[in-house]
Design a protein around this ligand. Structure first.
Ligand code: ATP
Ligand code: MG
Length: 331
């Protein structure tokens, strides 16, 4: 079966609808007919400052949410990135293959470092996409289910793989981003020019583990647009279009069908119905997450088994890379 790899950062207490629709839903749907490797990328998380105890907790909550959303540790390899040291090791080799100018072109770095303030931007945030390339290449992944914002990073990964293969001989599989049509870029409900994010302001994000009342209120107060008609128009009505896209992705009804459904009704009706669709969808996920977190020892066992499986794949790939770049094997 084709190999798949993707990761998510434990940078908040809960994932967002953007994470779910842009990426995690595809993780679940791909696991049956792919050899899937999914990781909670804590090495990536510390590219911005994290409180150690909070990070540890969020890593477990992230794993619980993934399982609650449908990632099945029996059919996917689910693990924590820092449990597999080969990520950081290959990451270094990849850094030495990356041009400074090439890394400087990554738009996510520009965006994140700007939002953070230049003084608190780490070198790790700058080389983040290079570590991500190592994550992907370590498993020889063919497909990488991610949101639109990760397209450029997967392109960089392909460039680095091609460069390594050219310099040292055929080694890495070239991965392709798997970006879903429809909800690849869920927008912030308060600032629909910006992508919804779990850790960065603005915070019009819909969080999977939020209380249903909070979620309903967030959707009710979503920024919409002038005019009254519920129709999709990404340029003229980004807010309404975003709400329709979320509705469509969760209800499975096409945008055209929804426009028809809301004919003669206003934004208030759209928001009311969307709040129901979202909270109905999230109720079982929240219940299951709570259940899983009641037994963190079991969760930790699952993650340990995942890391062991991941290392079986990662270790020989790293060994091959080390040999090819000319590192003297330890005697
Ligand atoms: P952070 O603010 O910490 O960067 P994030 O919400 O961007 O958090 P990540 O852990 O960086 O989440 O990314 C996890 C996955 O979710 C990636 O595949 C990313 O492309 C996807 N993703 C994140 N936000 C959105 C969004 N608004 N719409 C669609 N996909 C998204
Ligand atoms: Mg992100």
């Amino acid at each position: 079966a084709p190999r798949v790899l993707s990761g998510i950062q434990p940078t908040a207490d809960s994932f967002t609808l953007g994470n779910y629709l842009g990426a995690l839903r595809q993780w679940v749907s791909m696991q049956d007919d792919h050899d899937a490797f999914y990781c909670v990328v804590d090495l990536h998380a510390i590219t911005v400052e994290q409180d150690p105890a909070v990070l540890r907790r969020r890593t477990l909550v992230a794993a619980a949410q993934l399982i609650a959303l449908g990632v099945d540790p029996a059919s996917s390899t689910l693990f924590v990135q820092s449990h597999v040291p080969e990520h950081a090791q290959l990451g270094w080799v990849m850094q030495c293959l990356t041009g400074f100018g090439e890394a400087s072109r990554m738009t996510q770095f520009k965006d994140k470092s700007q939002r953070q303030g230049a003084g608190s931007t780490s070198v790790g945030l700058f080389t983040y996409p290079v570590l991500q390339a190592a994550d992907i290449l370590l498993y020889q992944a063919e497909r990488v289910p991610v949101g639109e914002d990760q397209r450029q990073h997967v392109e960089l990964t392909r460039d680095l793989a091609t460069r390594f293969n050219g310099r040292y001989g055929a080694t890495f599989t070239l991965p392709e981003a798997y970006i879903p049509p429809g909800a690849a870029k869920v927008l912030d409900l308060q600032t629909p020019e910006k992508q919804m994010s779990k850790s960065l302001p603005p915070s019009g994000g819909v969080f999977l583990l939020d209380d249903p009342k909070v979620t309903a209120k967030k959707i009710r107060s979503a920024v919409t647009d002038t005019g009254r008609e519920v129709v999709a128009d990404p340029v003229g009505k980004p807010g309404v279009t975003n709400l329709l896209a979320i509705h469509s992705a969760l209800s499975g009804r096409s945008t055209a069908e929804l426009e028809e459904h809301f004919t003669g009704r206003g934004y208030g009706d759209l928001k009311k119905e969307l709040a129901e669709v979202v909270t109905d969808h999230l109720a079982p996920v929240q219940a299951r997450t709570t259940e899983l977190l009641a037994d963190t020892a079991e969760l930790e066992r699952v993650l340990a088994a995942g890391a062991a499986r991941a290392r079986e794949v990662a270790a020989p790939v790293l060994a091959d890379v080390y040999a090819k770049v000319g590192f003297l094997p330890p005697a």
